[in-house]
Design a protein around this ligand. Sequence first.
Ligand SMILES: Cc1ncc(C[n+]2csc(CCOP(=O)(O)OP(=O)(O)O)c2C)c(N)n1
Length: 320
Amino acid sequence: MYDQIITARLYKTMLLIRQIELRIAEIYYTDAIKSPVHLSVGQESIAVGVCDALEKDDIVSNTYRCHATYIAKGGNLFEMMAELYGKATGCAGGKAGSMHLVDIKNGVMGASAVVGTTIPVATGYALAMQNEAKITGKQRVVVALCGDGGTEEGCFYESINFAALRKLPIIFICENNRLAIHTPLEKRWATDQLCERIATFGIKTHKIDDADVFTIRDTMVNALADIRKGSGPIFIECATYRWLEHVGPLDDHKDDYRNTKEYQTWKDNDQILRLGKMLDEKTRIQLEDEVALTLQQIEKFAEESPYPAAEELYTHVYAS
Ligand SMILES: Cc1ncc(C[n+]2csc(CCOP(=O)(O)OP(=O)(O)O)c2C)c(N)n1
């Protein structure tokens, strides 16, 4: 049984992600947000269960659906919102948008719109961290998250093979929402035995079917302890469900590729509602008020920030 302090922290972070994303969905129509948005509504427990177990100097890498991990890892929220608005104060100077959030200070590696591409970069980071630990004596860990579609990329298999061979300090996490845009898993894979496939590379695997935020956190705590002792990579598959459309602010449950019953089952399993009920009312209301205040502050900051100067078109084009 989890204590109230951890439960409150997990609840607040999941709620923060949910409320920021629902607000993004509302703002989207005003055209204030300048980039496409891939929302994680319904998937929050993975980012939060994973990141809550990490230390500040551990690293996460993610896909274009990256708001949740950015927030859960402690990425700067003002810079995130400003980035979505295309403002100069954004985490990438307002030039990259929602799919490319980055906050190296808080351990968020840059995300990418190209499926799978962050996985080998994260693996390289883990190699650097393995070498770094020989000098510092402290083993930092990288977590590379991707979708089920990401595991279909060749570079995913090259990365897990190399990580297993070199016993790299990396946790690969698949956020398995069973959809790649509109194509369900049944039309893409002959079997859904993903963990079994990964195990053949010599990697320990865990499968979490119910998105339980405590189970995800516990699995991470144990995995991190093993990896810091040199166990080599670990793979965790977390089942989940995307509540909104692939890209954009809408709900598309009437589209044929969706299964309304499956959606309802996942809604009934909403970890935010579940944890809210575990807290005493006073604590819950206080956390909700804090989240609401943060939302107002980051939105105001994004609105009031300036756009990048015209000369910025010519900076960060080539590496110096
Ligand atoms: C290399 C590459 N191929 C195809 C695409 C087009 N594309 C964008 S998102 C996506 C689906 C990926 O699904 P998944 O990895 O399961 O992540 P999810 O969107 O479900 O979070 C595809 C095929 C792309 N961006 N990059």
